[in-house]
Structures are given as structure tokens and as C-alpha cells.
Design a binder for this molecule. Structure first.
Ligand SMILES: C[S@@+](CC[C@H](N)C(=O)[O-])C[C@H]1O[C@@H](n2cnc3c(N)ncnc32)[C@H](O)[C@@H]1O
Length: 283
């Protein structure tokens, strides 16, 4: 599988903390995906590109004590953090492995595979979908949660500093990601992977007022992307240490409604003869 898209967010400790903040914002949307995709107690789940493990931990909660989750990531730092968190929570039904999604193998098929913000980082999203599908039993489910990373900041009334941060983040992603539109083309990629027509929904995180986590999310993302923003010759907003407070102050003063990036979720059944043995174990 082609593997030539540099992962520009990196895996610094600050980036790993950013993933956890981001996960707290996205959690209700991913939970909806997992439930609508049919995750229920007793299932065996694979989490592709698990990062710090938040989707795996959520799936482990839904799969229950008789289910299990394997989270994989190509980053040793991310896997170590995810493992440490699972241990700290005393969870025994979730395991993490350092692995490349295209090369990952496991002797037993999974009932459901999920990935969040992973297709967008691939050179060929359909190739990754095919590789993941091969690890899921016939009749099982492949589910992805992806982000729209293009377009203008739709915050109203416009706040110039929010626009500056948003534009820097979008420019950095645009400079490396060949499929920034992956969230808007999930039907096409699922078809190319032989999964047919997926079920879909879209949600959008919104915020406003002094307590919104969106300011921190935007600024921490900008921080992780700062080296790439500088590499492409764009200015980074000045005084980044105070940026979150200034964003909040400007947005609150303007009574601005902050609109985060759209989140598209899709899932489909894996074609083939479903022997039904694992499912009947779960019911
Ligand atoms: C944006 S992070 C999302 C992490 C996690 N899914 C979440 O939503 O919190 C994407 C993660 O996918 C991993 N990743 C991307 N492509 C991968 C691949 N082909 N195989 C394994 N891991 C991959 C990256 O190392 C990174 O940790």
C-alpha cells in the first residue's frame, strides 16, 4: 500500500495531549457512529490509527467485558501513551500494537473496524479501506469518522484572529494532504474499496462564549503544524503563548459563534457469507 504522505502533526507530547483534547470534543460524534454501526457487547473491534487510544477506549466501553478491542498505530509514542492510559483505567479488554495499517495482520477476524481521522492522512484512502476490510469477517462492519479540512472559517460574525489561525491550519494541511476532501468523498472511496454504499451522517462541532474548548483546539492544532506553516513560508500568528486567550477575548467580545470543521461518519457491511457464529455469541 502506498505510504508516502508525511504525517505533519507529529507525535510530540504536546501533540499527544492535543489528540486527547480533540477526542473530548469528538467523542459524542464517534459514539454515535459506533452505535449506529452496530457495535454492541461481546464484539471484537479493531481501531486503525488509534493515536492516544480514545476511540479504542470508547469502543472497549461499548464492547463490554466480554468484548475486546485492538488499537493499532504506526507511532511507538502514540501506542505507549494509549497502553499507559488503558492500564491506568484498569482495562483488560483493550490492547495496543505498533503496526502499519496496510501490513497489520491478526489470526482472528474482527466484527467491526473503526478509524478516526486516518483516511485523510493516506496516499490512497481506498487501499487502506481494502486492507482494513480484509481484517473484518464477512457481515462485519467497517466504520470511519473523517474531518473536512478545506474551506473558509464559517465563524459569524467573522473574527479576524480566528480566520488567521484557521487559514494557517488549512494551508499547512493543503501543502501535504492529497485527499483533504476524503470526508466529502466517503461514498466514492467505500465503493472503490468494494464496500458498496455506506450509511452516512454529518455533524459539526460549534462553540462560543468563554468556556468553549474550540479556542484551545484551534491553537494547539496550529502549534503542532507550526513547523509546516513555516516550511511553506506562511506567517505564524504572533505571540502564540497568549493566542488562546486573545482568540477567546476577541470571539467573546464579538459574540461570535465558532464553527469547527464538519465531521462525516460512514459505515458499511463487509460483503460475503456471514456465518453468524460471532454475532450469535454477542446477542
Ligand atoms: C489524527 S491522529 C488520530 C488518532 C485517533 N484515531 C483519534 O482520533 O484520536 C491519526 C493517527 O493515525 C496514525 N496513522 C496514520 N496512518 C496510519 C497507517 N497507515 N497505519 C497506522 N497508523 C496510521 C498516525 O500515526 C496518528 O497517530
Amino acid at each position: 500500500m502506498p505510504d508516502d504522505v508525511p504525517y505533519i502533526l507529529g507525535h510530540s507530547q504536546a501533540e499527544l495531549r492535543r489528540l486527547m483534547l480533540q477526542a473530548s470534543i469528538l467523542q459524542p460524534i464517534t459514539r454515535r457512529l459506533l452505535l449506529e454501526a452496530g457495535l454492541r457487547p461481546g464484539m471484537r473491534v479493531l481501531d486503525i490509527g488509534c493515536g492516544t487510544g480514545d476511540v479504542s477506549l470508547l469502543a472497549a466501553e461499548l464492547a463490554g467485558l466480554h468484548g475486546s478491542v485492538v488499537g493499532i498505530d504506526r507511532s511507538a509514542e502514540a501506542v505507549a501513551t494509549a497502553r499507559g492510559r488503558a492500564e491506568a483505567f484498569g482495562l483488560h479488554n483493550v490492547a495496543f500494537r505498533e503496526a502499519e495499517a496496510g501490513a497489520f495482520d491478526d489470526p482472528d477476524p474482527f466484527d467491526l473496524a473503526v478509524g478516526r481521522y486516518v483516511l485523510i492522512h493516506q496516499a490512497d484512502p481506498a487501499a487502506l479501506l481494502r486492507a482494513v476490510t480484509a481484517r473484518v469477517r464477512p457481515g462485519g462492519t467497517v466504520a470511519f469518522h473523517e474531518i473536512v479540512l478545506y474551506g473558509e472559517s464559517p465563524t459569524w460574525p467573522p473574527v479576524p484572529l480566528v480566520t488567521e489561525v484557521w487559514d494557517g491550519v488549512m494551508a499547512a494541511f493543503a501543502s501535504v494532504l492529497p485527499h483533504r476532501d476524503v470526508a466529502s468523498r466517503l461514498v466514492e472511496h467505500f465503493h472503490r474499496a468494494g464496500l458498496g454504499n455506506p450509511s452516512l451522517f454529518c455533524e459539526t462541532p460549534v462553540g462560543g462564549g468563554p468556556d468553549s474548548p474550540v479556542y484551545a483546539w484551534f491553537v494547539q492544532t496550529l502549534r503542532s503544524l507550526q513547523p509546516q506553516i513555516e516550511r511553506i513560508g506562511r506567517p505564524v500568528p504572533a505571540d502564540i503563548d497568549t493566542l488562546e486567550d486573545r482568540l477567546r477575548d476577541e470571539a467573546v467580545a464579538a459574540h461570535a459563534q465558532l464553527v469547527g470543521p464538519h465531521q462525516f461518519c460512514a459505515w458499511a457491511r463487509v460483503p460475503g457469507q456471514d456465518r453468524g457464529d460471532r454475532l450469535s455469541d454477542c446477542e
